[in-house]
Design a protein around this ligand. Sequence first.
Ligand SMILES: CC(C)(COP(=O)(O)OP(=O)(O)OC[C@H]1O[C@@H](n2cnc3c(N)ncnc32)[C@H](O)[C@@H]1OP(=O)(O)O)[C@@H](O)C(=O)NCCC(=O)NCCS
Length: 188
Amino acid sequence: MFRLLEGKNVNLRVVEKEDLAFLAEWFNNPEVFGEYNPLVQVSRTEIEKNYGEKKLEEADFFIEGKDGRRIGGIWHFNVIHPAGNQLEIGYFMVSTERGKGYCTEAINIMIDYLFLSKNIERIQAQTDVRNVGSQKVLEKAGFKMEGTIRKPFFLRGQLRDTSLYSILREEWKEPKILTKTAKGEKPF
Ligand SMILES: CC(C)(COP(=O)(O)OP(=O)(O)OC[C@H]1O[C@@H](n2cnc3c(N)ncnc32)[C@H](O)[C@@H]1OP(=O)(O)O)[C@@H](O)C(=O)NCCC(=O)NCCS
């Protein structure tokens, strides 16, 4: 089974049990998720519990530099709808690694991985309407803006509107980056 999705400048690596202490530090550092994400405080015990309940197909990924440094995170999750055939993604980069094109590449790898491995027709993402950086990254990765979702999130004391973006399988057409994983394993 795959553990590593290889790109040109970054890789996506499945978060393993040994990473959880490191992840707990990130989760509890308000700088990491930036100003447009909720301030979530999660205990190490909770992180370990959530990790234990996940299947590998639902794994969260670190965005890693080619030297193996953990520089960001990216994940996917179900959008609850009885007739749904879509997934949503979320992502962040640590502040020192922003503006280098890494998140755009990580999203492209994730798009390839999801359309190659899952029977879905669309991938969506939501950003706070003020989060210009996140919107630019999505547009660079081929997402299209669909509209504004009114007040879905409570953020820093206020209900906030989000911009909804999506990319359809028919727009993706074929893999842009993802061709192989560690040890030549196929990711799907
Ligand atoms: C938003 C975020 C993920 C962008 O990651 P990144 O690695 O810096 O993005 P990239 O380097 O791939 O940038 C892609 C494009 O977006 C632009 N961009 C990135 N951040 C920007 C910002 N804050 N303002 C304006 N443009 C921005 C880049 O200039 C680049 O465009 P260009 O190629 O035309 O110059 C990162 O800033 C972050 O982690 N922020 C905090 C967490 C967050 O907001 N996550 C998303 C929640 S929806």
